[in-house]
Write a protein of this length. Structure first.
Length: 110
């Protein structure tokens, strides 16, 4: 039986601020977002996407993949945290506590 540890399960967060001044900039922005979504990331906030990973090794695969399609212009940050750390997030909407969304279950076949 597999035991899941909140200290072994990882979350990868990608933060980005990309230019949208020209039509070409907007296309790069849209392409970057589409590639994140195609790699299993979901939107957490407008320019923050998250992905649940079963292990650090699995997270490293997705981090490497994101690095491969970072656009030339703009700023991108990548942060990897444990499930335990992610569970400590406090969210507020209009200065009122907001319940942390339950992540969708991901099926991973080996």
């Amino acid at each position: 039986m597999t035991h899941f540890s909140a200290y072994r399960i990882m979350w990868v967060l990608v933060f980005f601020d990309l230019p949208t001044d020209t039509k070409q900039d907007r296309k790069r922005y849209a392409d970057f977002r589409k590639q994140l979504i195609n790699d299993g990331f979901t939107m957490f906030q407008f320019s923050i996407y998250v992905r649940h990973c079963a292990s650090r090794e699995n997270a490293d695969v997705h981090i490497k993949r994101v690095k491969s399609f970072i656009p030339e212009l703009g700023d991108v940050g990548i942060l990897c945290i444990t499930d335990k750390q992610f569970g400590e997030i406090e969210l507020y909407h209009a200065a009122k506590p907001h319940k942390t969304p339950t992540p969708c279950q991901q099926l991973e076949l080996f």
